[in-house]
Write a protein that binds this ligand. Structure first.
Ligand SMILES: *[C@@H]1O[C@H](CO)[C@@H](O)[C@H](O)[C@H]1NC(C)=O
Ligand SMILES: *[C@@H]1O[C@H](CO)[C@@H](O)[C@H](O)[C@H]1NC(C)=O
Ligand SMILES: *[C@@H]1O[C@H](CO)[C@@H](O)[C@H](O)[C@H]1NC(C)=O
Ligand SMILES: *[C@@H]1O[C@H](CO)[C@@H](O)[C@H](O)[C@H]1NC(C)=O
Ligand SMILES: *[C@@H]1O[C@H](CO)[C@@H](O)[C@H](O)[C@H]1NC(C)=O
Length: 295
């Protein structure tokens, strides 16, 4: 099937653009006009009725740098990829996203989000969600399996202080989790709780099912002092661990690495305080093939 792949830049007539963002939007327009012969197209959304917008067959839409303060309500139902980065959104909820039943990729990077609320909807098509560089102080919580197929989640650059036990239990298929550039460890009494990455309180369930499938975890540029063995529950599939630029990281526990039989890459460069690495660490991670302790 030949699906048209269209991008709609910055032509929301209702938003007041600063001179700087006008300049940016001109550049984008030029780019998409160049690409237009293939698949891109510029469209003025304000000249279209809501109904008209909803029944378009566009599958990709870019509404970046548009000073949006609310999740747009009139979007094509066929959308698979939506980029709302660099706007002014403060809150988003599952009901708004559920209006886009085919949506696979959603970027809300660089907004002002302090609340993301998952309700009773199941967003089963969503695979990739970028919430980086917002104002979230906790992992968006939910009951059950609200995002049963989410594979990729970034919460990087949010003021997260604490990760609660089972915080990711409604993302049972998560493979890549980015928690870098957060405030984890800044308050030593909080940080990452035991079982934060587990998806069930039942230890047997957590052991037996390959379900909890986080393969890549990024904790770089956080304030954590140690990596605790208690976090390994739920990380049985971990292959790559990023611990770079962690100013307070002092030690790596061999019990932690022993619980990660599949670990292949460990990145520790620029974590200057890391002075204590038990040598058994390396015996306990038999598949480790990339190891970086530079600086
Ligand atoms: C978009 O359409 C609206 C309504 O037709 C018009 O007022 C506005 O000037 C148009 N914006 C651009 C950027 O063409
Ligand atoms: C979208 O809706 C308009 C107005 O109801 C209709 O004329 C048009 O055929 C519809 N297009 C599609 C692709 O369904
Ligand atoms: C949006 O604005 C950001 C920050 O000013 C800039 O880095 C980015 O290139 C812009 N993106 C587009 C598509 O104009
Ligand atoms: C979700 O957001 C919409 C639009 O802001 C609002 O009307 C609705 O009440 C919200 N729903 C829930 C369950 O919070
Ligand atoms: C995590 O997010 C940061 C900020 O966007 C990025 O620089 C880094 O490469 C990401 N980590 C991984 C493993 O993708």
């Amino acid at each position: 099937m030949l699906s048209p792949l269209l991008i709609l830049p910055l032509l929301l007539g209702t938003t007041a653009l600063s001179p700087a963002s006008r300049a940016a939007s001109r550049d984008v327009t030029t780019f998409f006009q160049l690409a237009q012969e293939d698949t891109w197209e510029n469209v003025n959304l304000t000249s279209m009725s809501c109904e008209d917008q909803r029944n378009r067959t566009w599958i990709t839409l870019q509404l970046t740098n548009s000073s949006l303060t609310a999740f747009p309500i009139c979007l094509p139902e066929a959308l698979q990829s939506l980029d709302l980065s660099n706007n002014l959104l403060q809150e988003v909820n599952g009901t708004e996203i559920a209006n886009l039943p085919q949506l696979r990729v959603l970027s809300l990077r660089h907004n002002h989000l302090w609340a993301v609320r998952w309700g009773s909807e199941t967003l089963s098509s969503l695979l990739k969600l970028d919430l980086s560089f917002n104002k979230l102080s906790s992992v968006p919580s939910c009951l059950g399996s609200a995002l049963p197929n989410l594979r990729w989640l970034s919460l990087a650059g949010n003021p997260l202080i604490e990760i609660q036990p089972l915080a990711f239990s409604c993302y049972p298929q998560l493979q890549v989790l980015n928690l870098s550039v957060t405030l984890l460890g800044q308050d030593a009494s909080r940080g990452i709780r035991d079982s934060a990455f587990a998806i069930s309180t039942d230890p047997h369930e957590a052991m037996d099912r390959p379900g909890n499938s986080i393969e890549v975890l990024d904790l770089s540029r956080t304030f954590l002092e140690t990596i605790r063995p208690e976090w390994a529950r739920g990380l049985a599939s971990l292959r790559s661990l990023y611990l770079t630029n962690m100013p307070r990281l002092r030690s790596l526990d061999s019990n932690f690495l022993r619980s990660l039989p599949g670990l292949r890459e460990l990145h520790c460069q620029d974590s200057h305080s890391l002075g204590f690495v038990q040598t058994e660490v390396f015996d306990s991670a038999p598949h480790l093939s990339h190891l970086s302790f530079e600086k």
